[in-house]
Design a protein around this ligand. Structure first.
Ligand SMILES: *Cc1c(COP(=O)(O)O)cnc(C)c1O
Length: 367
C-alpha cells in the first residue's frame, strides 16, 4: 500500500529555491559569497530594529503572540489613515496570497496573471483546484488591458504586481485607473506592491486610497523588502472590511510571531529609513545602467531594487561563473525569461565588485 497524495500536487509549479550562501561557500571554497538573488535589502533593517532584536526580542517568547496583531494593525491604520478593520497581517505576503485564493477560488474557477510573474499566485490558485489564465508580458510590462479583457465567467481574481517581478517594470496610474474603471466589481483585484517603497513619489499609485472607493481591491505590502525584515516573515494587506473579515475567517490564529509584530511596529515608527534606502538604491541603479550602457549590454529599466539584464545565450555559463566568483544571481531560465538574469542591487562596495566580475565574465562569453 502506498500513501495517496492529492493528484494536483504533481501539477504544482516548482519553486526552484535560490542557492544559499553557505552552500556556495562550501562548493567553491570561497570566503565571501554575496546573495543577489532574492531582492532582499542588503543594507538591513533600521538601527532601531537592530537594537530591539539585539536587546529585547527574546522577552516573553514563552507566550503566544497577539492573535489579532492589534498593535501593528493599529500602527498601519494610523500611518495610512484607515481603520484596523481594513488591515490583515500575514506570515509574509505569500501567506496572504494563499489566504486570498483559499477564500475566493473554487474548483474549476480561475485567476488571471501575467506571464511570467511571481510564482506564488499560480501555486495558490492551483492548490484550490483552480486554474490560471496567463497573459504574456508586452515589452516586459504587464499587458493590463489584455489581462482585463481575459477575465471570463469563471474568473475570481486578477493579480497585478507593481513594480513587477521579475522585470522591475511599473504600472502607471493611467493603466491602473483604466483597468479599475472597466473591470466588473465581482472580480477581486490584487495589487501586490512588495517593492512599493522603491518607487519614486511621482510613480506611486495611492492604492490604499483606492481601497476606499473600490471594495474589490486589496493592496499587499511587505516588510521583507525595503524594510529589510525578510527573515522575520511579515506582510500585510489593506482592503475594505468585507474582504479583510473574510480572510480573517481562514487565517491561522498565531500566524505572525511576536518578534515579527514588534519589529514591524518599530520599522513603521522609523519609516523615513526606507526613503533613505530607496535613494541609495536609486543612486546605485544609475551606476548599473551606466556600466551596462558603456558595455552595450541591454537591460530593463527598473522601478525596484533589482535589474533584469540581458546576459545572452551563454546565460547559464555566466551565472555559473558568477557563482564561482561568489555572486549568487537569479538565472532568467528559472524566472521564465531565458537569456536574462535578475540581480539584486546591493550596497555600493558589493555592487562595484559585482559589476567588475560580471563585465569580465560577460565579455569572455560574448566575444
Ligand atoms: C518578495 C515578494 C513578495 C513577498 O514576500 P513576503 O516575504 O512573503 O512578504 C510578494 N510579491 C512579490 C512580487 C515579491 O517579489
Amino acid at each position: 500500500m502506498t500513501l495517496k497524495f492529492k493528484p494536483w500536487l504533481n501539477q504544482l509549479p516548482e519553486y526552484v529555491a535560490g542557492r544559499t550562501i553557505e552552500e556556495i561557500k562550501k562548493k567553491y571554497n570561497l570566503e565571501n559569497v554575496y546573495k543577489l538573488a532574492s531582492n532582499e535589502n542588503i543594507f538591513g533593517p533600521c538601527r532601531q530594529v537592530k537594537d530591539f532584536i539585539k536587546n529585547s526580542a527574546g522577552q516573553d517568547v514563552n507566550y503566544y503572540p497577539d492573535s489579532d496583531c492589534r498593535e501593528i494593525r493599529g500602527k498601519i491604520a494610523s500611518v495610512f489613515g484607515i481603520l484596523p478593520e481594513n488591515v490583515i497581517l500575514g506570515n509574509g505576503t505569500d501567506q496572504i496570497i494563499e489566504m486570498i485564493c483559499d477564500c475566493f477560488v473554487n474548483d474549476d474557477e480561475n485567476v488571471v496573471i501575467a506571464d511570467p510573474t511571481f510564482l506564488i499566485y499560480e501555486k495558490a490558485a492551483l492548490k484550490c483546484g483552480g486554474s490560471v489564465i496567463k497573459i504574456p508580458l508586452k515589452d516586459f510590462r504587464q499587458d493590463i488591458p489584455k489581462m482585463a479583457d481575459s477575465v471570463n465567467a469563471g474568473t475570481r481574481i486578477l493579480f497585478l504586481t507593481n513594480p513587477h517581478n521579475p522585470t522591475g517594470a511599473n504600472i502607471t496610474k493611467g493603466e491602473f485607473e483604466n483597468m479599475m474603471g472597466k473591470i466588473s466589481s465581482d472580480i477581486l483585484i490584487v495589487m501586490d506592491e512588495a517593492y512599493y517603497e522603491y518607487l519614486s513619489e511621482g510613480d506611486k499609485i495611492d492604492t490604499v486610497g483606492y481601497t476606499k472607493k473600490y471594495l474589490n481591491l486589496i493592496t499587499l505590502r511587505t516588510f521583507s523588502k525595503a524594510y529589510g525584515l525578510a527573515g522575520l516573515r511579515v506582510g500585510y494587506g489593506i482592503a475594505g472590511s468585507d474582504i479583510i473579515s473574510g480572510l480573517n475567517k481562514i487565517r491561522l490564529p498565531f500566524n505572525v510571531s511576536s518578534i515579527a509584530q514588534k519589529t514591524a511596529v518599530i520599522a513603521l515608527e522609523n519609516k523615513g529609513y526606507v526613503n533613505d534606502i530607496r535613494d541609495k538604491i536609486l543612486k546605485e541603479k544609475e551606476k548599473f545602467y551606466c556600466v551596462f550602457k558603456t558595455e552595450g549590454i541591454s537591460f530593463i529599466k527598473s522601478y525596484s531594487n533589482f535589474i533584469l539584464v540581458r546576459s545572452g545565450e551563454k546565460n547559464t555559463e555566466i551565472v555559473e561563473e558568477l557563482l564561482r566568483n561568489g555572486f549568487i544571481v537569479r538565472p532568467g531560465e528559472n524566472l521564465g525569461i531565458p537569456g536574462y538574469m535578475r540581480v539584486t542591487i546591493s550596497i555600493p562596495e558589493i555592487n562595484d565588485k559585482f559589476l567588475k566580475a560580471f563585465i569580465k565574465i560577460y565579455k569572455n562569453y560574448n566575444s
